[in-house]
Design a protein around this ligand. Structure first.
Ligand SMILES: Cc1cc2nc3c(=O)[nH]c(=O)nc-3n(C[C@H](O)[C@H](O)[C@H](O)COP(=O)(O)OP(=O)(O)OC[C@H]3O[C@@H](n4cnc5c(N)ncnc54)[C@H](O)[C@@H]3O)c2cc1C
Length: 377
């Protein structure tokens, strides 16, 4: 079987690795528009147990990723200058480039080097293949080509976000919320290596236009964000990497495959960065696809149906959680009317997955803080 994978992000790299590891003679090509060391963004987070899925099936890849992970136990919500600490949550983070490098090395060990610097303009240019995998991310060419067949829906969020890095080493994953005369600002920030942190700035639409961000270039935007978050950054500059304002697209596909074409990762569905699961979901998608291919041999339609049947229920749950989280962020200025502890509680319960009982069990110090604040009110 000839397999072509479009895109060498986490999904494309890991799928090629899994297929070739299982079958050393598999005919797999990976095509990527960028050079191997180009990447947008900075670090990405995984929840603490997010990489356990790797440990059972692929301990070597897990072992290769693990040394690059930075972990911490608490989240901090900084609202009205009060830092509310939420214990017992647990996250790990890694530089996106490091993650890609590890996966590239794994792939090379099974004898595959992606064809880099090849921007594909049409699926007709992909060459002969029995299976074409769209691992080509949020703006997927494969998805756009067959939008009707996949039943794609895209909803663009109104908040604006911009992805920076900074050398300031933050203690925990922190969400800083600020209200200024110009509007409402949020920063998601966390350390992802010994020397770097991610710093994503998010604003509601009203603030975006009131500040005049729409008329600012990358440099002026950076300077303005630095000024707004001066106290949080403590003198450290923001570092840019194609750091332009974007609106998050909520993408879903009713059907995951069409003929010999199948979607995985962000091409298939987006998961908002506030739940920190996009890279993990992408890798889990391709584990499911590889298993379906293994179970169904050369029967591509049966394999693609099995992939969707196995994966869909899990993805639907996470997609719902991610969307609830997006909705919370879309209304964050309204939530900011809450007192710090109530605000932090609303943040923790935004994806509607965490009950108060669970919070009491996992984050006893935080819940004690909520109760103490209520008693004082
Ligand atoms: C601000 C922000 C913060 C995030 N934070 C997190 C986080 O904390 N944790 C987390 O897990 N995830 C996070 N994500 C999401 C994560 O980056 C994605 O979910 C993940 O990269 C998806 O992997 P993928 O392989 O499906 O797609 P991608 O990583 O987007 O890879 C797709 C690849 O396809 C290539 N490609 C596309 N079109 C073509 C073409 N026509 N020809 C050739 N090549 C092409 C692209 O160049 C790219 O390399 C974040 C995303 C954003 C925007």
């Amino acid at each position: 079987m000839r397999i072509v994978i479009l895109g060498a992000g986490p999904a494309g790299l890991y799928l090629a690795y899994l297929i070739r590891r299982r079958n050393p003679r598999a005919d797999v090509r990976v095509i990527e528009q960028n050079p191997p060391d180009a990447t947008f963004g900075f670090g990405v987070v995984f929840s603490e147990r997010a990489l356990e899925f790797l440990d059972a099936d692929d301990p070597e890849t897990h072992a290769a990723i693990r040394p690059h992970l930075i972990g911490w136990r608490d989240i901090t919500i900084d609202h009205r200058g009060e830092k509310v600490r939420i214990d017992g949550v647990g996250f790990t983070a890694i530089g996106r480039l490091h993650l890609l490098q590890v996966l590239q090395e794994r792939l090379e060990q099974v004898g595959i080097v992606p064809q880099y610097n090849q921007a594909v303009a049409s699926v007709d240019d992909l060459g002969a293949a029995d299976l074409v995998v769209g691992a080509d991310g949020v703006n997927s060419l494969v998805r756009r080509t067959f939008e009707g067949e996949f039943g794609t829906t895209t909803q663009t969020m109104s908040n604006r976000f911009v992805w920076y890095g900074t050398r300031k080493p933050f203690d925990t994953l922190t969400q800083t919320f600020l209200e200024t005369p110009e509007g409402h600002f949020n920063a998601h920030h966390y350390r992802y290596s010994g020397s770097m942190s991610t710093f994503i700035v998010e604003v509601d639409e009203e603030t975006f236009f009131r500040v005049g961000f729409d008329a600012m270039d990358e440099e002026r935007t950076r300077a303005k964000c630095e000024q707004v978050f001066a106290a949080t950054l403590g003198g450290y500059p923001l570092v840019t990497n194609r750091s332009l304002w974007r609106q998050f697209p909520r993408i879903w596909n009713e059907r995951w495959s069409h003929g010999r074409y199948v979607l995985v990762g962000d091409a298939l569905r987006t998961a908002h960065f506030s739940i920190g699961s996009g890279s993990r979901l992408a890798m889990e998608d391709v584990i499911a696809l590889d298993r379906a291919l293994e179970a169904n041999g050369e029967d591509v339609p049966a394999a693609l149906a099995a992939y969707e049947a196995a994966r869909r229920p899990i993805v639907e749950k996470l997609y719902a959680a991610a969307n609830a989280s997006i909705d919370w962020y879309e209304r964050f200025p309204e939530h900011m009317k809450l007192e710090p502890y109530e605000f932090a509680l609303s943040y923790m319960r935004r994806s509607e997955r965490v009950s108060l009982e669970e919070l009491r069990r996992n984050s006893p110090r935080f819940i004690a803080g909520v109760e103490a604040a209520r008693a004082k009110a």
